[in-house]
Design a protein around this ligand. Structure first.
Ligand code: SF4
Ligand code: SF4
Length: 119
């Protein structure tokens, strides 16, 4: 698993900065996120779930489909979500749409946040 950053999609919103358990994410001088020591990323996917712009992704290892397949996540509000809620998109009221893509190959699954601890 290796972390991937699409700087063009990063809006510098800071939502991902404090979520990384390895403290690998920070804002760079360009006010977009940067990944310090990306080789230390262990692929927990916490930052993917937090980013509202899909700027962060993970390349899947061979055992999960092979390098070149990029995993991204979209957090979508469900009909049960409080429209005024400022809760994290990884809490109830949201569902997570996981997308694995390589070229024209696309697979999606949808999970409830509590069901995605192991992805
Ligand atoms: S996947 Fe996990 S360990 Fe890797 S950068 Fe994101 S939050 Fe940090
Ligand atoms: S959450 Fe996404 S858009 Fe916001 S700073 Fe992090 S990578 Fe950039």
């Amino acid at each position: 698993m290796s972390i991937h950053l699409n700087k063009k999609l990063c809006q510098g919103c800071r939502a991902c900065l404090s979520i990384c358990p390895g403290y690998l994410l920070s804002l760079g001088p360009d006010q977009r996120v940067q990944i310090e020591e990306p080789e230390r990323c262990w692929g927990c996917a916490a930052c993917l779930k937090r980013c509202p712009h899909q700027a962060l992704g993970l390349y899947l290892p061979p055992a999960l489909g092979g390098r070149g397949i990029l995993l991204t996540v979209v957090a979508e509000k469900t009909s049960h979500a409080d429209p005024e809620s400022t809760q994290s998109p990884t809490t109830s009221g949201y569902r997570l749409r996981w997308r694995a893509q390589s070229g024209s190959f696309v697979r999606e699954i949808v999970t409830e946040p509590g069901h995605s601890q192991g992805y």
